[in-house]
Design a protein around this ligand. Structure first.
Ligand code: ZN
Length: 356
């Protein structure tokens, strides 16, 4: 049987921290003591409840443990299973939900050191995003500096629904540090849960939370353009991860229209936003939020206006597709190769160094 993603770079894999005890050896002594003395419980991701069907495909669950907690199984199922040559680990341990800046920084350091020792050292095909305490841009930049020397860390990871719009100047130390080291910023679905996940208040159900993520991504993209992050750091790539992408054509039209009418207030956005976005923004493939039958998807891809925007992802172990159907059917061969291989290599310089 031919593998559906032969030679691919999988840009969204989720390793699970088995439990807080796994991180204790990687915590500073002060925080290791705090975990035992205060009885700190696991930081679970509210965005992906453990037993929710979306959080793991049935055939990727592990009896008695969290899906995604076994490095050998992830390598076998997510890489071997599709023929991928490499994959990027995006650890969603809920560091960004903590209220203490110091505690968030300590847990971010522990998660990154745990990833290096327990995952990257064990499978040479794996790479990882740097988890940062977005609660403190200063401490987040320090963590990027601390980990950037290890070139197996290929990206900086931020949550989609943050405390404030991601374009705000107070967050720019994060972008400066990332740009200095040639690291893309990866923005993944999820929330710090400081604010409702909708603009009109709290919803009741996970379904509502998850569907609304696409609006959150649009808000952040508008902020990154209008506040000037993409103009200030023209070489910075930003990857929207698990965002969906079929909303892009209508969104670009709306942003372009109102930029033309109001651009006097944001003079640093000195060329059409769709051009900026096509140069600097990338999207992971799964979930494909369009019907894959018929020609609807092909029409959306044409309207996106570039073959460079999509990066292959399985989103392992999240349940986004069945069986081996990680790629939409009937993609032209040239586009298929770009999504699987060329676009990830062009987006992640550190992956290109090792896997081109
Ligand atoms: Zn994901």
């Amino acid at each position: 049987m031919s593998l559906p993603a032969q030679g691919a770079i999988d840009c969204d894999l989720h390793p699970a921290v088995p439990g807080i005890a796994s991180l204790v050896p990687y915590l500073d002594p002060q925080w290791a003591d705090a975990v035992s003395q205060r009885g700190v419980h696991d930081l679970e991701s509210t965005s992906y409840p453990l037993r929710a069907p979306l959080s793991s495909r049935p055939d990727w669950r592990i009896q008695g443990a969290k899906a995604g907690s076994d490095v050998a199984q992830l390598g076998k199922q997510a890489l071997d299973g599709f023929g991928a040559r490499a994959g990027i680990l995006n650890c969603l341990y809920a560091v960004t939900t903590l209220f203490s800046e110091d505690m968030a920084a300590a847990f971010a350091r522990a998660v990154n050191d745990w990833l290096a020792a327990e995952w990257l050292d064990r499978d040479p095909r794996l790479r990882a995003s740097i988890v940062v305490p977005i609660q403190s841009p200063m401490l987040a930049a320090a963590e990027i500096e601390r980990r950037a020397g290890d070139r197996r860390f290929v990206q900086v990871l931020l949550p989609c629904l943050s405390d404030q719009p991601l374009g705000r100047r107070s967050l720019w130390p994060i972008y400066e540090a990332a740009a200095r080291h040639g690291l893309p910023i990866g923005i993944h679905a999820g929330s710090t849960y400081r604010h409702p996940v909708t603009p009109v208040g709290w919803p009741s159900y996970v379904t509502e939370d998850y569907v609304n993520q696409a609006q959150g991504f649009q808000t952040q993209l508008t902020s990154l353009v209008c506040e000037g992050v993409l103009s200030k750091f023209p070489n910075l790539k930003i990857v929207l991860i698990e965002s969906g992408f079929t909303w892009l054509p209508a969104y670009l039209w709306r942003l372009h229209k109102y930029w033309r009418g109001l651009r006097m207030e944001i003079p640093w956005v000195d060329r059409p936003p769709p051009n900026i976005i096509r140069d600097q923004i990338r999207f992971t493939l799964q979930p494909v939020d369009a019907p894959v039958d018929g020609d609807a998807l092909q029409r959306v891809l044409d309207q996106m206006g570039s073959d460079d925007l999509l990066l292959y992802s399985s989103d392992y172990p999240h349940w986004q597709f069945e069986g081996q159907d990680a790629l939409p059917p009937r993609l032209p061969d040239s586009l298929r190769r770009k999504i699987l291989i060329d676009n990830p290599l062009m987006t992640y310089p550190r992956i290109k160094e090792d896997f081109a």
